[in-house]
Design a protein around this ligand. Sequence first.
Ligand code: ADP
Ligand code: GN1
Ligand code: MG
Length: 352
Amino acid sequence: MENLIKQFNIKGNIVSIDKYGNGHINKTFLVKTTEETYIFQFINNNVFNNVNMLMHNIDLVTTHLLNKGSKTLEIVKTKDGKLYTKYGNDYFRGYKYIDNSVCYEKLPSLEMVTEAAKGFGKFHSDLSDIDISQIGDVIPDFHNTVKRYEVFKSIVQKDPCKRKALCEDDVLFLMSRKSDYSLLVDALEKGKINKSITHNDPKINNVVFDKKTNKVSCVLDLDTVMTGTFLYDFGDALRSLFTGDNEDSMDTSKLVCNLDIYRAYLDGYFAKMKDVINAKEIELLPYSILVITEELALRFLGDYINGDKYFGVDYPTHNLVRAKTQIALAKDIIKHLDDLKQITNEIVQKYK
Ligand code: ADP
Ligand code: GN1
Ligand code: MG
């Protein structure tokens, strides 16, 4: 690894190389030199088969953010000016370490939920004027829920592992929600909401906070940056906050639409996005959480019926359990849609 790192434009001599962070996708290392600290990563090219496009996207996005004076990841290029290097089948890249940063797996307070939301809101708002025609789709149709449903239906019809009988009610529930799946896709196609940059993995451990102030520092993990609507990220961030560490839980009573978390997140998000967001996008905020939750349920249940080809599993019904947690959450969101709309109105009024 030392030889690989030496191909990059680093300052000083390498002092230490240690495994770092809790990411599930890339292999991350903290590298200290006599002068600076860096993050080096092996990019997971099973998940990402077009690393060149991925790094090109990250370069465009981070350059745009830096030109605005915003804090962001900074790519460390190789000595011959490349964005990454290849070693056998592995792809390797470097970033400057975000100084004094701390990353959480679970947020300790509602204030920090608001802070995280400011981070994503600023990210979206700063990128609202980037030329999106330059950004490639690293995973095409990632949040095209209508296409996800088509794939789901065809898996259910084929039922290759004879598992459908074990989840008939869940299949029926997801089929009964068909009209939800076109809510975001149609609005985007009809131009009622704007095409924008999306992060596509807005989990809490992809934001860093300043260690001393606990204020949000910036958004990390830009591998899945693509185009779409920022509502994908808004919906997914709340889905993931509501899910917490219960994604694999058999006790679905823990999967609830937490209105305090919604209020805290929306407050931080709106503070940064109020001048960018349009009326249709505001209307769709609560629905975006439902759509992305149902979409993930379609993906988990589809993968279960298909024989666990995408998501890693520890036991045969793992993906079924995950689907049931998202379905339980979706049901609770449906129950609280009116509350979510009311809170949305309150926050919109607050920032008028
Ligand atoms: P993965 O795709 O595997 O989740 P990430 O890019 O999110 O990989 O990195 C994993 C973890 O490493 C992050 O959650 C964060 O804690 C830390 N990290 C990554 N890049 C930086 C950076 N530039 N500065 C500080 N910490 C970082
Ligand atoms: C996957 O591996 P992770 O947690 O970063 C998935 C997301 C899902 C998430 C559910 C590229 O992300 O879309 O929301 O699992 N990422 C990809 O836990 O498929
Ligand atoms: Mg990550």
